[in-house]
Design a protein around this ligand. Structure first.
Ligand code: SAH
Length: 469
């Protein structure tokens, strides 16, 4: 699809300026596992066997399993819990490993750049084009006099920073619009990094009775607030952003057996002290009853109820107050099976080993998200990252940056980061964009009855096809 005219004009204004060129990171591996990663379908019988084998082969004694030192905190806590009350769901295991308040991976370590690398960290163009997407939707929906930009899981704050730079370059357009930024972040370590990146550290903590735990002013003069949960973010006309956020939310895993569906649980391995293993629930669990559809054809299924609840909340807010949500992540449309995996130091990591020291992640099921938004908002996508970015004008922006860079090393870096984002074998094909928009943004209320009555609605930038499912 060509770059829509409104978007082309925005691009010309915001991005033809030389702007700042941020040097891309140079990490060999990314969080994404690629075609040979564990996202491939597994035969039923082999599903649990390799996991068990991997665990046995990695059994390096208690200290090794615990990851040593402080990092053993999550494992020690889990072992006590498992001994006292028996196996836990994969969702509970993942929640403890990632966001346990004292010892969780995101709480203590953060990970972005250290263990995995994400698109906004690779190239400034990524965030700039997303900034353009929001402005283009704000214009298409009538240029309201205020909006909130709400980002879920902002990592280092780089993406918000790149978006705010575009807002600043389009200041004349936004001069009568009251913009505020609202970041949902559980990690104290990452919120401190975000504060430094976006405000230069000029933030103040809010008293406990306030919904935002911290506030500050961006380097470009925009108020920024931090929250622990989307429900704390004030209602109002908002543009939401979740980049590589939903894949970090806890999943339940289910396995089909001859005796029906069973939930996969995490337990202590009786043969190896202080080592964890996967087991199947002896009978159906509440999650099995609720999350497996009768028409399911796969033999192994992962469901992320927290992602479902979040999408329902966003859809309710957009239906009531207006705005849009842009969700970008790796994922599938209800087709993949075992995608649960771990990353540490840019390498694959056994998901049951040393919980709290590695990033744990699972592919996002976009078909499930679509179902959760149904009736409240229209959905667009998922569309591949390379198609979305191309539709948004990434080629034009690359040309401008190349023309403005004097040395060959910078030009090489620009081309390298472009290739990382767009190459189908790298991030181009496995990352997808998905949007929630008010129904009236994609179909005029009267259009069904009299299709010739009005001029067509402006296309939604970035998405080739409109889907109202
Ligand atoms: N969006 C960023 C970072 C992705 S990593 C990027 O693309 O670079 C996931 C982010 O979500 C981290 O900031 C992590 O601390 C945050 N996070 C994970 N689980 C969360 C939860 N339950 N609530 C709020 N933030 C969470």
């Amino acid at each position: 699809m060509p770059v829509p005219p409104a978007c082309r004009a925005l691009l010309a204004t915001a991005l033809s300026r030389a702007g700042r060129h941020r040097l891309p990171c140079h990490h060999g591996n990314r969080r994404h596992a690629g075609p040979s990663g564990p996202g491939r379908p597994e035969p039923v019988s082999s599903l649990l066997a390799p996991l068990a084998a991997r665990l046995r082969s990695s059994a390096g004694g208690e200290v090794e399993a615990a990851g040593g030192g402080e990092a053993g905190g999550v494992l020690r806590h889990l072992l006590l819990k498992l001994r006292a009350t028996g196996p836990v769901t994969v969702a509970e295991y993942m929640r403890e490993a990632l966001t346990n308040p004292g010892q969780g991976y995101y709480t203590r370590r953060g990970g972005v750049g250290e263990d995995f690398i994400t698109s906004p960290e690779i190239s400034q163009i990524f965030g700039e084009l997303i900034g353009i997407w929001y402005i283009s939707e704000w214009m298409a929906m009538g240029k309201q006099n205020a909006f909130q930009l709400v980002e879920l899981g902002p990592g280092t704050g780089t993406l918000t920073g790149d978006i705010l730079r575009v807002f600043n370059q389009l200041a004349s357009l936004l001069s009568k619009c009251d913009v505020s930024v609202h970041l949902v972040e559980v990690s104290p370590k990452l919120s401190a990094i975000q504060a430094e990146m976006l405000t230069g550290g000029k933030v103040q903590s809010n008293p406990e009775n306030k919904s935002a735990y911290m506030k500050g002013i961006s380097k470009t003069g925009i108020p920024i607030y931090w929250y622990r949960d989307i429900q704390d973010v004030p209602q109002g006309y908002s543009f939401y952003l979740a980049h590589e956020f939903l894949d970090a939310l806890p999943i339940h895993k289910f396995q089909r057996t001859e005796k029906g569906w069973h939930e996969v649980l995490v337990d202590i391995d009786p043969e190896v002290p202080d080592q964890l293993r996967f087991v199947l629930s002896p009978s159906r669990t509440p999650a099995t009853e609720n999350f497996i559809q009768p028409e399911e054809t796969r033999d192994h299924v992962e469901v992320c109820p927290e992602a479902g609840v979040l999408i329902q909340r966003l859809a309710c807010r957009i239906e009531k107050d207006g705005g849009a949500a842009l969700i970008a992540d790796y994922g599938h449309d209800g087709t993949k099976t075992d995608t649960f995996r771990g990353f540490r130091n840019h390498k694959h990591h056994d998901v049951l080993k040393a919980p709290g020291t590695a990033d744990l992640t699972a592919d996002v099921d976009f078909s499930y998200l679509r179902k959760m938004a149904e009736g409240r908002t229209a959905t667009l996508g998922p569309i591949k990252q390379r198609e979305f970015l191309k539709n948004m004008g990434i080629d034009l922006r690359l040309q401008v940056l190349l023309q403005n860079s004097r040395d060959s090393a910078t030009r090489e870096q620009l081309l390298h980061s472009f290739d990382m984002l767009m190459n189908p074998k790298k991030m181009g094909d496995c990352f997808h964009f998905f949007a929630l928009l008010p129904h009236h943004r994609v179909v005029r209320p009267t259009e069904k009855h009299n299709p010739q009555s009005k001029s067509p609605l402006p296309p939604v930038a970035g998405f080739g096809e409109l889907s109202l499912k």
